[in-house]
Design a protein around this ligand. Structure first.
Ligand SMILES: Nc1ncnc2c1ncn2[C@@H]1O[C@H](COP(=O)(O)OP(=O)(O)OP(=O)(O)O)[C@@H](O)[C@H]1O
Length: 294
């Protein structure tokens, strides 16, 4: 459904994306993870035909992003980063006009607009001006419109940034539903647990390059050891640790077996033992998300 071959984008002398090669099929949720400036939005903008690549090729739904951009626009739906719905419309008018512009009949557009606004908990506020809604509600209006469009390929660029737990869960459910309907979903996010919960495959970018492309559980398997001992404050060290990471006032030890509780009490003021996760993969390979690549 999406294929990139040696894809690159340059701004002047600076390569924001380089040598990106990957393929994902129909009905797949592709999570895109990477630190600030890794190239996630650049990749999404090229695939949604908003930005031309500087080198390489990419196709979406079998259409070339350069030569067949018009065809791609008919089969994709996107919520760009930090986008907002048109302020002077109501949620109902916004979703309805989005569907009509995509070529749906009035009858079908009305049916889908209602269904999507209900799905996103917006039916009660359907006739209020978007301008008067909270930031999280505005975001939900956009995602509801894309959800209602039932496109072959959906791009969600950081869809849950700034959303509360309830709204985030609504978005998560809608991604699962889009996948169930057969859409391919590309989801960029800084929330690692979100990528882990929703993605079939995770594309890890750093400094414009592909670091890895694999199902989340495969990436977690690459983390050394089985457990993580998180120690807050001063600590005496864990002798048999396979790897150690320092973040802020926290030190993480990757170990094969959980230390006995007597040993834990000696370690520091606060100690947590947990299973390794996708967040540990990210910490060990690309550092903390949210940090600019150097
Ligand atoms: N129009 C532009 N002109 C020059 N440089 C740009 C432009 N757009 C993006 N860049 C640079 O390209 C790199 C990749 O940016 P991009 O927005 O794709 O990263 P990102 O992974 O989406 O980051 P974030 O997580 O912060 O949204 C960054 O170093 C950015 O500064």
């Amino acid at each position: 459904m999406i294929a990139c071959e040696n894809l690159g984008r340059r701004y002047g002398e600076f390569w924001a994306l380089r040598g990106v090669t990957f393929e994902v099929g129909r009905g797949v949720v592709l999570g895109v993870l990477g630190p600030n400036g890794a190239g996630k939005t650049t990749l999404v903008r090229i695939l949604t035909t908003e930005l031309m690549p500087s080198e390489g090729r990419a196709s979406v739904a079998g259409f070339d992003v350069v030569g067949e951009a018009e065809k791609i626009r008919r089969v994709v739906a996107a919520v760009p980063q930090e986008s907002r719905p048109i302020d002077f419309l109501t949620p109902y008018e916004f979703v309805l006009s989005y569907l009509l512009l995509r070529g749906l009949s009035l009858r079908e557009a009305r049916r889908r607009a209602r269904e999507a606004l209900e799905e996103f908990g917006l039916w009660e506020v359907r006739d209020r001006e978007v301008d008067t809604l909270s930031g999280g509600m505005k975001r939900r209006v956009l995602i509801a419109a894309v959800f209602a469009a039932d496109a072959d390929v959906v791009f969600l660029d950081e869809p849950t940034t700034g959303l509360d737990v309830y709204s985030r869960r609504l978005v998560w459910n809608s991604v699962a539903e889009m996948k169930r309907r057969g859409s391919t979903v590309v989801l960029t996010t800084h929330y690692v647990e979100e990528a882990a919960a929703l993605s079939d495959v995770v594309l890890v970018l750093s400094g414009g390059r592909v670091v890895d492309l694999a199902p989340p559980e495969r990436l977690v398997e690459k983390v050394p050891g089985r457990y993580v001992v998180e120690v807050y404050g001063a600590d005496g060290g864990v002798a048999e640790a396979k790897s150690v990471v320092d973040i802020g006032g926290r030190r993480l030890y990757y170990v094969d077996s959980a230390p006995a509780s007597a040993e834990l009490t000696k370690l520091g003021t606060r100690v947590v033992v947990r299973q390794k996760s996708l967040e540990d993969y990210v910490l060990l390979t690309v550092g903390e998300l949210g940090h600019e690549d150097s």
